[in-house]
Design a protein around this ligand. Structure first.
Ligand SMILES: [Fe+2]
Length: 527
């Protein structure tokens, strides 16, 4: 009898797009194009000019998250080749066309009819845009997103997976460094929509023979030795479904929380640790039910919509709820279309103040203001969950810039027993994430004033007071060390978000409110 093998619980899968770690702006052609030329090419050219400067910068904790590549000098030739490919790719033309279209509109759209300007739309974008004014005669364009995905600008052949074994929390920051083949890694040229990914991760509890695995994944003989280190004849730990009478929530790190009740489950912003020996207790992939009824995504930042985790869970997720976007604006691509391109056929878009029900778990979506540099980005929602007479608010990075909004929500929904609130209240400047989308230089002072910042003490406290909450959990602080590869924050006790959230915790406790900044893991039963 040929032996059956399971996938080990500590096999890391890094999804890549053209060698770069896949985050959501690398899927839609327009945002991918701008990031390829305005982020990746710039970093690569800088590395080619001075690899030693990059080597020094990645060692400096103050520069964490900055545009520096974590690669040795002997990678210069590989990077040169990737930079050449990037410069000569169809996406480079698309990026340039976006820049030209903006310039054309600035020069010609003066409040008169836009119809004559269609003849001046750069060729790569013809038929893929509608030219529009807002009510102040500011001209811009609306991308016909579903059509662009059908064009040659969307190339799933550039998508691949890099597999390796992880034994500790230490992973390099992945957003500034392209990934090349290394020893002990297997690189699969698998598009994200491929069912091969489901097959691979179902091997965690549905074993198969080595020849069957090799055949299904299209592995080459030269990968045999490394790939066999990813497999084991022993199954992983089996998850015990929560079957108590209460509802239960468990904190998995950052903004990821599993709520279970009556056999149904909701998972917020899935970001998970793999399973390996470590000294910080945590829930991992092995602590999830076989079927997750609903995944909810709060917003389109790389630490909340993480393909690495979502793709591994894809076959287990019944429904993914995402916020609806502002149709066609460059800075706000449709999450639904992004996920559909990545093989999720069960995506439901919701708008503010809508409702959905999963078993005894009832969801109302709430507005999520701020934290996006004042850009018109609509893919943001907070989730208000009612279960067994309890109410929980998952506010993620919502910034309470308009407390009256919560007053209106309170008038509609009443009190909230438990508030989960992110308090990353320093925030990167707007350009850190959205800079590649800008086609005109922005003044530094403007950029610095428009931050990707969540609620501070005063703003968080106003939410707690408005909803008369009994429990407050500060979460989504990126503090878990197993998330360092996508987070660029390292706090000290003096860091502004820590000082501000401490202040909130103290103020809450002084009023008899249960208050805690979550770290690692937490479990609470709601009777
Ligand atoms: Fe965020």
């Amino acid at each position: 009898m040929p032996e059956n093998f399971y996938l080990r619980p500590n096999v890391v899968m890094e999804p890549l797009v053209h060698h770069w770690y896949a985050w959501s702006h690398l899927i839609p052609p327009a945002t991918a194009a701008r990031n390829e030329t305005e982020r990746h090419l710039r970093i690569m050219d800088s590395f080619i000019r001075s690899p030693e400067a990059h080597a020094a910068a990645v060692k400096d904790p103050k520069l964490l998250g900055g545009p520096f590549m974590d690669l040795s000098e002997d990678h210069v030739d590989l990077v040169k080749q990737l930079a050449d490919e990037t410069r000569n790719s169809p996406l480079a033309n698309l990026s340039q066309a976006i820049c030209q279209l903006d310039a054309m509109l600035r020069a010609n759209a003066k409040g008169y009819s836009l119809e004559p300007l269609y003849a001046m739309v750069p060729e790569p974008l013809r038929g893929y845009v509608e030219l529009v004014y807002d009510l102040h005669n500011h001209a811009s364009f609306r991308l016909l997103e579903p059509l662009i995905y059908k064009s040659d600008f969307y190339n799933p052949k550039l998508q691949s997976l890099m597999l390796s074994v992880i034994t500790g929390d230490d992973r390099p920051f992945v957003l500034s460094t392209p990934r090349f083949k290394e020893k002990n890694c297997v690189h699969l040229s698998t598009p994200f929509a491929s069912e091969q990914i489901d097959f691979l991760f179902q091997l965690k509890d549905r074993p198969a023979t080595f020849p069957a695995i090799k055949d299904r994944l299209g592995l080459s003989d030269e990968d045999d030795e490394v790939f066999s280190t990813f497999l084991s004849t022993r199954p992983g730990r089996k998850y015990q479904l929560y079957d108590g009478n209460a509802a239960r929530w468990r904190y998995f790190g950052h903004a990821c929380i599993l709520v279970e009740a009556g056999g149904a489950s909701i998972l917020t912003d899935p970001v998970l640790s793999y399973t390996y020996e470590n000294n910080i207790s945590r829930y991992t992939y092995e602590d999830l039910p076989d079927v997750i009824d609903c995944v909810v995504i709060t917003h389109n930042h790389q630490d909340h919509l993480l393909f690495e985790t979502l793709l591994q869970l894809r076959s287990r997720i019944r429904t993914i709820v995402v916020p609806r976007n502002a149709s066609g604006s460059l800075q706000d691509p449709s999450m639904k279309l992004i996920l559909r391109q990545c093989g999720f056929n069960n995506v439901v878009e919701m708008e503010e103040m809508e409702e959905a029900q999963f078993g005894p778990l009832h969801i109302t979506t709430l507005p999520f203001l701020g934290e996006h540099g004042d850009l018109d980005i609509r893919t943001k929602l907070a989730y208000f969950v009612r279960v067994n007479g309890h109410s929980l608010l998952f506010a993620a990075d919502s910034c309470n810039i308009s407390p009256e909004m919560y007053r209106h929500v309170h008038a509609e929904l009443g009190d909230v027993d438990v508030v989960f609130l992110g308090m990353e209240c320093s925030g990167a400047p707007m350009s850190w994430l959205y800079g590649p989308l800008l086609t005109e230089r922005m003044e530094r002072a403007q950029d610095q004033s428009r931050r990707l910042a969540g609620s501070n003490f005063e703003r968080g406290n106003a939410i707690v007071e408005q909803f008369h909450s009994k429990e407050v959990y500060v979460y989504a602080m990126g503090q878990e060390p197993w998330l360092n590869y996508v987070m660029s924050v390292k706090y000290t006790p003096e860091s502004h978000p820590i000082v501000q959230s401490n202040q909130l915790l103290e103020a809450c406790r002084a009023k008899g409110i249960v208050a805690e900044r979550l770290f690692g893991e937490k479990e609470i039963l709601l009777p």
